[in-house]
Write a protein that binds this ligand. Structure first.
Ligand code: GDP
Ligand code: IMO
Ligand code: MG
Length: 430
């Protein structure tokens, strides 16, 4: 049985974690294929909040094997802390399987992420400072250290010393920082091996065994389409490929292994960090402030206020193409409840009057365009206890229908609150 991909269609924090959790119920494997602990995926079950960064969001079901695949970059201390946090909450997360090919985030990656951001000054990207960019850069430069290197202390030390020779030079000479100590890092990382070793596995084999056995495999994207290194708003992106295509390299499967791609789309838009955002509603805008307040739009990971804006259907349509979305899961529809009118961006215009119905490839254009909106009526009442589509007011259904038509794929699910049960399944998907 082929797999399903959950992918963010905007700039992250769409609610991928809650939908992964929702669909994990019917899966045997849930696989993270890229990113690292820059992700913050929130699941709410019976009022209890689980904030996950590295452990796949299927972990709450004891029949699911959560897999951290080769495409992920892993800070082992964060992984261990997260597993311990889950154990304290009564979830046995020792079932996690960790690819030996995944790259390690090292202390110098985090340090470089911090100092390069500081040096960029007002041009900074607003990264999560988790060392993600530098870790992927080392992977591409073929000087990365992988999880499997921990299994041989001699190799680990040799690779670390080689890396530090360059990193300490850069830290000291370019950024005026103190050099990092190989002994200290070696000790700290190797001390974690007893906790990590039982989890280390050939995850490509695991995924293929599951697929061959007809089991359901769910691939959980982190970040999102417009944070994609190749297809996002470069350079204001992350350093991996969150788009559905990233599953192939990040988990080691061919395109045929996937037959369902669910694009998770917030009913409006948010973005953390810097970069263009055509439908942004700036701080002080009454609607923007309402979205932040009602949507609790502060990062799970860094606590930063997320920048709010109206739904951008131009970007959504393009995201559907880039990911091959077969359907959409729309989240946070409940947040829009008090608004009397809703806007959806259906095109862009520039100062010369040119109209764009697709995302302009030239970023200078995207920085300057103005959104062209279509206005739809709001429904003016809370919907957070809607359980079926019939429970939604007509205007809310019309909003979903409008998005569906413009995205040209069906909306299969709508969520009306953070709770697992606050999920409305639209008839087609049943
Ligand atoms: P992810 O990174 O895509 O998994 O999303 P996050 O977990 O970072 O951010 C989504 C936030 O919205 C979390 O705090 C969720 O609990 C919350 N959330 C998810 N779906 C809904 C919804 O339908 N309504 C409301 N009000 N909150 C939601
Ligand atoms: P989830 O999985 C929202 C953003 C950062 C920054 C840019 C680069 O929870 O949706 P990085 O640390 O990756 O080098 O930062 O990407 N970013 C996210 N924004 N949600 C995320 O993850 C993000 N992960 C990274 O804010 O703008
Ligand atoms: Mg998040």
């Amino acid at each position: 049985m082929p797999g399903t991909v959950i992918v963010g269609t905007q700039w992250g924090d769409e609610g991928k974690g809650r939908f992964t959790d929702y669909l994990a119920k019917e899966s045997e494997l849930v696989v993270r294929y890229q990113g690292g602990h820059n992700a913050g995926h929130t699941i709410v079950v019976d009022g209890e909040v689980f904030a996950l960064q590295l452990v796949p969001s299927g972990v709450l079901y004891d029949w699911v094997t959560p897999v951290i695949a080769n495409g992920v970059v892993v800070d082992p201390a964060v992984l261990i802390d997260e597993i311990d946090m889950l154990c304290r909450k009564g979830v046995d997360a020792t079932r996690v399987r960790l690819s030996g090919n995944a790259h390690l985030i090292m202390p110098y990656h985090q340090e470089l992420d911090r100092v390069t951001e500081r040096y960029l000054g007002k041009n900074k990207l607003g990264t999560t400072k988790r060392g993600i960019g530098p870790a992927y850069a080392d992977k591409a430069a073929r000087v990365g250290i992988r999880v499997q290197d921990l299994l041989d202390p001699k190799i680990f030390r040799a690779k670390l010393e080689l890396a530090l020779r360059e990193k300490n030079g850069v830290l000291a000479k370019v950024y005026n920082r103190l050099p990092l100590d190989a002994n200290e890092i070696c000790e700290r990382y190797l001390a974690m091996l007893p906790r990590l070793e039982p989890m280390i596995a050939d995850t490509v084999h695991l995924v293929h065994e599951a697929l061959d056995a007809g089991q359901r495999v769910l691939f959980e994207g982190a970040q999102a389409t417009y944070l994609d290194l190749d297809h996002g708003t470069y350079p204001f992106v992350t350093s991996s490929n969150p788009i559905a295509g990233g599953v192939c390299t990040g988990a080691g499967v061919g395109p045929g292994a996937v037959d369902r791609v669910i694009g998770v789309t917030k009913a409006y838009t948010t973005r953390v960090g810097a970069g263009p955002f055509p439908t942004e509603l700036f701080e002080g805008d009454a609607v923007g402030d309402l979205l932040v307040e009602r949507g609790h739009e502060f990062g799970t990971n860094t606590g930063r206020r997320r920048r709010p804006g109206w739904l951008d259907a131009v970007m959504l349509r393009h995201a559907v193409r880039l990911n091959g979305c077969t359907e959409i899961a729309m989240t946070k529809l409940d947040v829009l409840a008090p608004l009397t009118e809703l806007k959806v961006c259906v095109a862009y215009e520039d100062d010369d009057g040119a109209r764009y119905e697709h995302v302009p490839y030239h970023q200078s254009v995207l920085h300057k365009v103005r959104p062209v909106y279509e206005t739809l009526p709001g429904w003016g009442g809370e919907i957070d206890d809607a359980a079926r589509v019939e429970d939604l007011p007509a205007a809310a259904r019309d909003y979903v229908r409008f998005v569906e038509e413009i995205a040209r794929v069906p909306v299969s699910f709508v969520s009306v609150g953070p709770g697992r049960e606050q999920t409305v399944v639209l008839p087609r998907a049943a």
